[in-house]
Design a protein around this ligand. Sequence first.
Ligand code: SF4
Length: 186
Amino acid sequence: MRPVQFNNKVKTADIPESYTGEGFMATKFDSVIGLARQNSIWPLPFATSCCGIEFMATAASHYDIARFGAERMSFSPRQCDLLMVMGTISKKMGPVLRQVYLQMAEPRWVLSVGACACSGGIFDTYSVLQGIDQIIPVDVYVPGCPPRPEAILDGFMKIQDLVGQEGLRRRNSEQYKALMGSYGIQ
Ligand code: SF4
């Protein structure tokens, strides 16, 4: 039988901070959950215009977001944990975006991709929302018009860092409730 050839370039996830010794490893429950979560993110691509095309390139074979454990796109807010907003969001679209965010279960994260989603971009006009953080909290911003796939992946990796480091009780904290309260979300 032919032996299985392992590719030395395959990189496994780093083990969380831990105490190790002869035959044992002890770590925090938070770290284990964080490790699992950060490497199995299910994104919901909310793409409205040109930045969405960059995202398609990010998901395709050359950049391959599957390498980060995030190839399972969700087009239902009920089965996702990362809302990726890519493109111009008009004021009419704002309530729809907010509704999608509200339908996501906790814990949820938001990545704002491109100048339009971050700040309205070049569309400084009466009909365009001047940044999605006016209606929902954003965790990471990716600048650019459009950002290249490398930039989107960089933003995604920053989200992974946040996810991996987040304590399990953060969502019950007073600070988090205050953040949600500032957006009128209970
Ligand atoms: S930031 Fe630029 S590329 Fe992205 S949606 Fe806006 S206009 Fe299009």
